[in-house]
Design a protein around this ligand. Structure first.
Ligand SMILES: Cc1cc2nc3c(=O)[nH]c(=O)nc-3n(C[C@H](O)[C@H](O)[C@H](O)COP(=O)(O)OP(=O)(O)OC[C@H]3O[C@@H](n4cnc5c(N)ncnc54)[C@H](O)[C@@H]3O)c2cc1C
Length: 390
């Protein structure tokens, strides 16, 4: 019976975990998940959790129950090294887990990590829970506090939009610092204009053309001044985890592991990588967004299954033909604003409408419900949208 090790319970690996019992059906496979968190934070809904629309339970998928249902051994630990000769992954608690096949879905990290020592980082996404605690405290005691969001890309902007719409945060001042000349520089210009206009209407400060140098206990260091902050969200893009390059895998200049179109490492037929930490042949410029990780999920499941079957039959997994990952021709994004409308962005097209928010909630709920075993929602978003809250 071949052994499969899944490292990282992320957006791309959920389909694999949720169907683990059916992998390599004839021979069966012994499956282990190593993930450093007990749950997945679903990126589509997390900004609205910060905005008070959803509860934490609404936006997370507990990994334990999925593993239990599927006969997967769940080891909650952090993988720190990959030893491809020994076919083992070393964990931060000193243990080592062996594999015949390993699938990584460990997401990305924020670049400039040393600069963000006093900040809440957005990668991996679970770190943002710390910002949630800060917001709860501010709402509870009503004290005046400053939040600075470093990075006005889609993630930082969507977070700022939801935070500024959250009821009960009258004492909070929010500043977004972005080195470019508009917010959301990766999206059509009108989206950046909508975002800046909405944030300013809500009393937030948007500082464009401003690069943060780092953080210290007082706040955010800019060129020649320090922006005072009680909390800093560091939302500055993505780099790959160091583990791949240390294991001798080929990586891009940003550290993402190079995989073929079937998500198999270009160096090692026993290693698969999906989600933000993979650079897929032919699609190297794909944005690091959950939409792509989610779309890779079924491909990862099918191809890992094929490779396990090959191993069970004594064949070389590197030689198995795989299903290619085909991304959306343009990256479709549904951006919540904290208000009753959301923005639908696809390539050069951007639309804002109340119907987009309803669509977003339906799409998000449909995805997460698949993995939450029928857990239900209390419909608070509908009440909030209907009340016209901004
Ligand atoms: C604020 C914010 C909002 C966003 N909103 C959207 C959105 O609306 N739509 C969209 O498409 N994208 C969005 N994104 C991007 C999205 O979060 C990522 O693209 C997505 O999470 C990537 O999924 P993944 O499967 O690669 O990894 P993840 O889902 O991040 O999962 C990786 C998992 O592996 C674990 N892990 C990491 N390292 C290790 C290790 N060494 N050992 C063990 N476990 C490990 C992590 O803790 C994590 O649980 C947003 C990002 C942010 C920061």
């Amino acid at each position: 019976m071949p052994t499969l090790l899944v490292v990282g319970g992320g957006h791309a690996s959920l389909p694999l975990l949720a169907h683990a019992h059916a992998l390599a059906d004839d021979a069966g496979a012994a499956v282990t998940l190593v993930s450093d968190q007990p749950e997945l934070w679903y990126s589509g809904m997390t900004p609205e959790w910060l905005g008070g629309v959803y509860t934490r339970a609404d936006v997370t998928v507990p990994l334990g129950p999925i593993c239990e249902r599927q006969g997967v051994r769940f080891v909650q630990a952090r993988a720190v090294a990959l030893d491809r000769d020994a076919r083992e992954v070393a964990l931060d608690d000193g243990r080592r887990v062996g594999y015949d096949l390993v699938a990584f879905d460990i997401g990305a990290l924020n670049p400039g990590r040393d600069d963000a020592d006093h900040a809440v980082r957005t990668k991996p996404l679970w770190r943002i829970a710390e910002l949630g605690r800060f917001l709860d405290k501010t709402a509870a005691d009503g004290d005046a506090r400053c939040l600075v969001v470093v990075g006005g890309g889609a993630a930082g902007t969507e977070t700022a939009l939801n935070v500024t719409a959250r009821p009960g945060l009258g004492g909070l001042s929010v500043t977004v610092v972005e080195p470019g000349d508009r917010l959301c520089p990766e999206l059509p210009a009108r989206v950046g204009d909508w975002a800046a206009e909405t944030l300013r209407q809500r009393g937030a400060t948007v500082r464009l053309g401003t690069r943060a140098q780092g953080t210290d206990p007082e706040g955010v260091r800019l060129d020649g001044e320090t922006l005072p902050a009680d909390a800093v969200l560091w939302a500055t893009g993505s780099v790959g985890p160091p583990l791949f390059v240390e294991a001798g895998l080929t990586v891009t200049d940003r550290g993402f592991a190079r995989v073929d179109r079937g998500l198999r490492s270009v160096d090692d037929g026993r290693v698969f990588v999906a989600g933000d930490s993979a650079s897929v042949a032919g699609h190297e410029d794909l944005a690091r967004i959950g939409v792509h990780a989610v779309k890779q999920g079924p491909v990862l499941r099918e191809n890992v299954d094929q490779a396990l079957r090959a191993l069970a039959a004594g064949q070389d997994p590197a030689a198995v033909p795989l299903r290619p990952f085909r991304p959306y021709p343009v990256s479709p994004l549904l951006v919540s604003t904290g208000g009753p409308s959301a923005w639908w962005v696809a390539g050069p097209v951007a639309v804002r409408a109340h119907a987009v928010l309803r669509l977003k909630h339906a799409v998000d709920r449909r995805w997460i419900d698949r993995y939450r075993d029928g857990a239900s929602y209390d419909g608070r978003w509908d009440a909030r949208a209907a009340s016209g809250h901004r």
